[in-house]
Design a protein around this ligand. Structure first.
Ligand SMILES: Nc1nc2c(c(=O)[nH]1)N[C@H]1C(S)=C(S)[C@@H](COP(=O)(O)O)O[C@H]1N2
Ligand SMILES: [Mo]
Length: 441
């Protein structure tokens, strides 16, 4: 770990040791705390030893509201919503993005899980819906939600990311947008469902079969080819999301879950799995999700969502209120497995310090990282860089652009999808007035 150039701290208390440039502190400070660190870190307003007694606010003087059957967040959290690309439900794709800059922890609440629906959200009656497994099998099978629910269920955390997430990061100039705008097409949930392997074994898959074609019950019957190998590794037919039935937008009443694989393959409203020996070359695999390389060639079947991270706090859309202690925090994940390490830089990548990883660190799921930081009020550039336990590390932006390219002209907005599978860094430039911009470093 290199020591970055230190600057004078301008009278800010510094009892914990800096471990990298521009005030990054040792992550161990987060574990023990300790008096010295607590006083350096305090963000509370100091009122002196004899703090005024609290006065009763109006809400402390009367009985509260009726308890509703279904809870919704406080009315003061009205801005914590998804952003919509197609609010009037025109005949095109609808994206709803997760507000990462307003959330913490690792679980995306169901109401805020991102959704992409290419032909709207079907109104499926779970009593009528059927899932068929057929093709190269000994006995074709039909399942209802009821019969599926009687199989052995398993529960796991998994992130789900659209291959087009972070598309605006291909812009040759940084698009000024929040972490929601730039990276809102990834979310993380606890999914419960039936291992697809159990259903395939019951149907008796022909040993020579290499592919499955999974198809949805929405009007475009979205379908994708999935290697049989992946189906046996860790695929689920998911029927619960964070403990409750799937949200309509997330595939109610059942969906394919392929942990770590491109979002589009996670077919929602799942109604058919056909076992075959050749891929379907469907619209989404042959056209949309074949990433074009600078030389004009394309990746074919690039399914994996690779190791990635971004800082959510502080980030664009927020402003720092003067020098002092801040907790830097963000999200890291890898379609390959567990996050092994996240490094954070406050000087645009010159020096790095290792962030604390919030336990439990689960495979193919969000890991929350945290880094204590003392800001001296000077301009800084914050960024994170994650590594997974398969030995992969996020490329630098220069490394990424060398292989995958970038646009010749700046893209107009965070809704742009010039290309797929960006997994380079995101850099936030903090100005001395505390304002935050998206920068390339
Ligand atoms: N049947 C069906 N499945 C679908 C889609 C769809 O429009 N219809 N959208 C796909 C896309 S592009 C993505 S990125 C993921 C998003 O899953 P989510 O909406 O649950 O977040 O679902 C995929 N599965
Ligand atoms: Mo997607």
């Amino acid at each position: 770990m290199s020591q970055g150039k230190r600057r004078s701290r301008g009278g800010i208390p510094s009892s914990a040791d800096d471990v990298a440039g521009n005030g990054l502190l040792n992550r161990r400070a987060l574990l023990g705390g300790g008096l010295a660190f607590a006083s350096a870190a305090s963000a509370a307003t100091v009122t002196g030893a004899a703090a005024e007694p609290l006065k009763d606010a109006p809400w402390s003087l009367e009985t509260g509201a009726v308890t509703p059957v279904l809870q919704t967040p406080s009315r003061f959290e009205k801005n914590v919503v998804r952003t919509l690309s197609n609010p009037n439900n025109e005949m095109r794709t609808s994206h709803a993005r997760t507000p990462h800059h307003l959330l913490d922890g690792t679980v995306t609440p169901n109401s805020l899980h991102f959704t992409i629906n290419h032909s709207g959200i079907p109104d499926i009656d779970p009593a009528q819906h059927k899932l068929v497994i057929h093709g190269m099998v000994k006995q074709p099978l039909v399942f209802t939600l009821d019969t599926l629910s009687r199989y052995p269920l398993v529960t796991r955390m998994a992130f789900l990311e659209c291959g087009g997430n972070s598309g605006a990061m291909f812009s040759n100039e940084p698009v000024q947008a929040t972490a929601q705008g730039l990276h809102g097409l990834v979310s993380n949930a606890e999914w419960t469902g039936v291992p697809l392997s159990i259903l395939l074994d019951e149907a008796g898959v022909d040993r020579s079969a290499k592919w499955l074609i999974a198809e949805g019950a929405d009007s475009l019957a979205l379908h994708r080819s999935v290697p049989v190998k992946k189906a046996y590794e860790d695929a689920l037919v998911a029927i619960y999301q964070n403990g409750e039935r799937l949200m309509p937008g997330n595939g109610y009443p059942m969906r394919l879950l392929l942990p770590g694989y491109q979002g589009n393959m996670n077919v929602k409203f799942l109604r058919r799995i056909k076992v075959v020996n050749e891929p379907a070359m469907s619209y989404y695999e042959a056209r949309t999700y074949s990433q074009i390389l600078p030389g004009g060639k394309a990746y074919r079947f690039h399914f994996l969502q690779e190791v990635k991270s971004f800082i959510t706090n502080p980030s664009f859309g927020q402003a720092l209120k003067g020098p002092g202690y801040y907790g830097i925090s963000g999200i890291a994940y890898s379609g390959n497995g567990r996050i092994a390490k996240v490094m954070v830089s406050a000087d645009g990548g010159t020096s790095w310090a290792e962030a604390a990883l919030q336990e439990p660190v689960l495979p193919k799921a969000f890991t929350r990282f945290r880094m204590p930081w003392r800001w001296d009020g000077q301009p800084v550039v914050l960024q994170s860089r994650a590594s997974d336990d398969a030995g992969n590390t996020q490329p630098t932006r220069a490394e990424f652009v060398a292989v995958r390219g970038q646009t010749k002209k700046p893209v107009a907005s965070a809704n742009a999808f010039p290309n797929q599978h960006y997994n380079g860094p995101t850099s936030w430039g903090v100005a001395s007035d505390g304002s935050i911009k998206h920068v390339y470093a």
